[in-house]
Design a protein around this ligand. Structure first.
Ligand SMILES: [Zn+2]
Length: 369
């Protein structure tokens, strides 16, 4: 399967990428013909404005999921070094789901905790506005933490912070027809697809433009809302996880401070990386790849990890969070806590312990000293 890319050139260096994977068995109308079609729609919308106001280039990427983006990133890192990475990424995967038949909201999957970016509040602001303007039609949206089940994960999960790009995804998790023969064209909603196209086009345009958007009010509003959401989560878990609940509220407040500090640096800025604690060191080249990790495990350990993924797909996100957050932590339990704050739920230590052991047993994570 080819990797196909097209670019709308901007005036200055730097590229915003929109990605959507082409693969999956037929029919695959929503996963992912809808994302591939949405990229064409975004390209058509932005091309009409061509030459007028793009400061940065916008690149469209279609290819096989994971492998295509990994190959493209590798090629660009070879040619341009770290300048080859995009300044920001929007992944569209399963974006056309008919809200009535599929019964699931559009989710804005946020940039991960280790790569915070105002791309997150911007994406939510844009999607909120798109749904407000189309409120006569069925459908809702919500924000969700970074899980990393699609191509956007490849941009965030480098051990080297200077290789990372902030990335968000629009998708419909929980689509009951996904990966089945019922993922057919009748499950695609034209309105929902237009919502994704509009949100993708506006977000790409904002990210590729310098100084045109009043970012501070968008970010401040997001921080206020996020603070209220964290308080609600904390209240829900307060009885059984009181100390965790208080840490969550503090964590979200600190995140807001980090994001507000980025506003003046433009929509695609990343905060300076906090130096690692030196207790744990990630030992993988390129983006984190759980299949590569599994291949390094004994059969018993691998079976245990795969059983955890099958029991709850979020355990895959827990594994990624432990791998990525370990270098800022001084102990295993600190890493569990950092992952649970990022994912917004107290993670089950009984599941996290074998995942942590797998990171060490595979040699992908090393305990220093
Ligand atoms: Zn997909």
């Amino acid at each position: 399967m080819p990797v196909v890319t097209g670019v709308l050139p901007g005036r200055e260096a730097g590229e915003v990428w929109l990605t959507s994977h082409l693969c999956h068995p037929r029919p695959g109308a929503n996963d992912n013909a809808s994302g591939a079609a949405a990229l064409l729609g975004v390209a058509a919308a932005l091309a009409e404005r061509r030459g007028r106001d793009l400061d940065r280039s916008v690149r469209f990427v279609w290819g096989p999921e994971f492998l295509g983006v990994a190959a493209l990133l590798h090629e660009r890192f070879e040619r341009f070094g770290r300048d080859g990475r995009p300044i920001a990424v929007i992944n569209l995967d399963m974006v056309g789901e008919d809200p009535v038949q599929c019964g699931v909201p559009l989710v804005v999957e946020r940039a991960p905790d280790w790569c915070p970016s105002i791309i997150t509040p911007l994406a939510e602001h844009v999607v909120e506005e798109v749904f407000a303007q189309t409120s006569a039609h069925a459908g809702t949206w919500r924000a969700g933490p970074f899980y990393g089940f699609s191509d956007h994960a490849l941009f965030a999960n480098f051990t080297d912070p200077s290789s990372r790009s902030p990335a968000v995804q629009l998708w419909h998790p929980g689509d009951p027809f996904n990966h089945s023969a019922a993922d057919s064209l009748d499950k695609v909603s034209a309105v929902e697809l237009l919502r994704a196209i509009t949100a993708g086009a506006v977000l790409a345009h904002v990210l590729a433009s310098d100084g045109a958007t009043p970012l501070l009010s968008v970010v401040q509003r997001w921080c206020d809302r996020e603070g209220r959401a964290a308080a609600a989560v904390a209240q829900r878990f307060d009885a059984d996880h009181g100390a965790w609940s208080r840490r969550l509220v503090d964590h979200v407040r600190e995140q807001g401070t980090v994001l507000r500090a980025l506003v003046d640096a433009g929509p695609a800025a990343c905060p300076p990386h906090r130096p690692g604690r030196g207790t744990f060191v990630g030992r993988w080249a390129g983006p984190f790849n759980y299949r590569g990790l599994l291949a390094q495990l004994s059969v018993d350990d691998r079976d245990e990890v795969v059983a955890l993924f099958l029991a709850d797909k979020r355990n895959y996100a827990v594994l990624t969070h432990l791998a990525m957050l370990a270098d800022g932590c001084g102990s295993r339990d600190e890493a569990f806590d950092a992952a649970s704050l990022a994912l917004r739920f107290p993670i089950d230590a009984a599941a996290a312990r074998p995942l942590w052991s797998a990171l060490l047993a595979s040699g992908w994570l090393e305990e220093a000293g």
